[in-house]
Design a protein around this ligand. Sequence first.
Ligand SMILES: [Zn+2]
Ligand SMILES: [Zn+2]
Length: 53
Amino acid sequence: MTTVTSMKCACEPCLCNISISDAVQKDGKYYCSDACANGHTDRTGCGHHGCGC
Ligand SMILES: [Zn+2]
Ligand SMILES: [Zn+2]
């Protein structure tokens, strides 16, 4: 039996659900992308369809 642990990206406006194994981990939180993990400092979104973060 496989347990998939998924959670919402720690980025507030981000709607993405990610699995722990695929997530970008930073400061104990899990993000869907490097852009989210870096706080969108370069003004890019995560690039996932339907997500406007
Ligand atoms: Zn996102
Ligand atoms: Zn984001």
